[in-house]
Write a protein that binds this ligand. Sequence first.
Ligand code: PLP
Length: 380
Amino acid sequence: MIYFDNSATTFPSDRVRTVINDMLRDEFSGNPGSLHKLGVAADKAYCDTQAKVADLLGAYGSEIIFTSCATESANTAIRGFMSRNGRAGKRVISTRTEHKASLECLALLEKSGYEVVYLPVGTDGKPDLAELEKAMTVEKTALLCFTLVNNETGSVLPLDQITALRNRLSPDTKIYLDAVQALGKMPINLHKMNVDMCSFSGHKIHSVKGNGVLYVKDGVRIDPFILGGGQQKGMRSGTQSLLLAKAFEVALEEAVETMDGSHEDISKINEYLRKELTKRDARILSPDDALPNVLNVAFEGFESETMLHCLEIYDIFVSTVSACSSKAKKVSYVLLESGVDRKTAANAVRLSFSRYNTMKEAEDFIKTVDDIYDKFAVMK
Ligand code: PLP
């Protein structure tokens, strides 16, 4: 099997599998809210995990909320911030290339009377910063909502320029960042990055499904999304899962440890595939300066889904548009917004890599593409 669909999800690493087994033992199975010693032990382990995750992200433990997924983190941050901070204004600036986890929250805000300004993005997938400056000068803006690495193209946000603009023009405006596809692939230090809220997902970094993180900078007030018993300082009720938090911690630690080496290996794979695919008349849709973990490519004459299923015959797994919306058979809105024509976008396939992929797999992928062109070109 060749798994080139790591932006959709990853497989749990061996260390994650081991820690999950360990955490299933009775001594870790108490409720962190219980007063007896099993509860106290579980609470201590949970707080230790929170502190470790915070440390790995350049944040304080008090700023880390464990959630069920990045979608929950985005909902909590965007909706929670806007509902809590009425005096900050009713205006948000974003783009139409955000993940649906953000876009649907923004759409809901619009329905509730908020204004959302969507900046145009260039062919490099980056928001137009001149337009951002204009939009921030016109009127008070409560929130900027952006994605650090786009899940479909790997396009990287010019975050430093955005935070500098915010600091200069409107220091009270807060920044929410979706860093799901950046985690473990580029250095993350939340305090240095100067963002106010940020979301992450465990299953994209070789943890398991069901664990996400939301960072909320100390001093930033948001309304909780999930109400109940007041766990996690009231910010996310529901009995904490030590097992899932620990799985996230271990996956993050491993991702950070291996980041430099895997960046180099993945860059070589990406470069090789760009070169070989271009020779075969495939069109590379990821920008040149995209994160190497994502490579979006249009295969001339093959609709996205046809290519996906042709590759599947060879036990090779890729995505069409992002996995969560791919069953809807739509052309990627991210590509269309970035100026790719509809016909090309309809042929787009996303390859996404992890540290477990090898150059040999990339070579086999190219041989398979040749074979598919030979065998199936008649279907074109
Ligand atoms: N944001 C981005 C950029 C993503 O790629 C994804 C998942 O594909 C999400 C948010 C949602 O993550 P989750 O599956 O943890 O809800």
